[in-house]
Design a protein around this ligand. Structure first.
Ligand SMILES: [Zn+2]
Length: 112
């Protein structure tokens, strides 16, 4: 049994040590106005990678890696960076595989 290393948090920008991201700042301002929940975790981009072995039959759910990507809020930096990596489970659709460019197939579940 391998001890899970996820979720992995990348709290600081490796260049300036800033912990804030642009999306988090914008979100905080929206929360001030009461439009969103302050505690919700946000990122500008989410990249999902299904953890599926083509040599194995697909079960009813599949592991999925989710990368949270954002931009550093330090105005001298502004670099795109990884903020969080986590692994969750996604139910697998039983229909034909989605075509390239389609968003069907995997619905993220179990991410917070
Ligand atoms: Zn930075």
């Amino acid at each position: 049994m391998v001890e899970s290393r996820f979720p992995m948090l990348f709290e600081k920008c490796p260049y300036y040590g800033s912990t804030e991201t642009i999306t988090q700042l914008a979100w905080a301002e929206e929360a001030e106005k009461g439009r969103v929940n302050k505690d919700t975790s946000v990122a500008a981009e989410h990249i999902q990678t299904p953890l599926i072995d083509p040599k194995k039959p697909i079960g009813i759910s599949a592991g999925i890696l989710m990368l949270h990507i954002d931009w550093c809020a330090n105005t001298e930096c502004g670099r795109r960076r990884l903020t969080k990596a986590e692994v969750g489970a996604a139910p697998v659709s039983m229909g034909p595989p989605p075509r390239q460019g389609s968003s069907g197939g995997f619905m993220p579940k179990g991410f917070g």
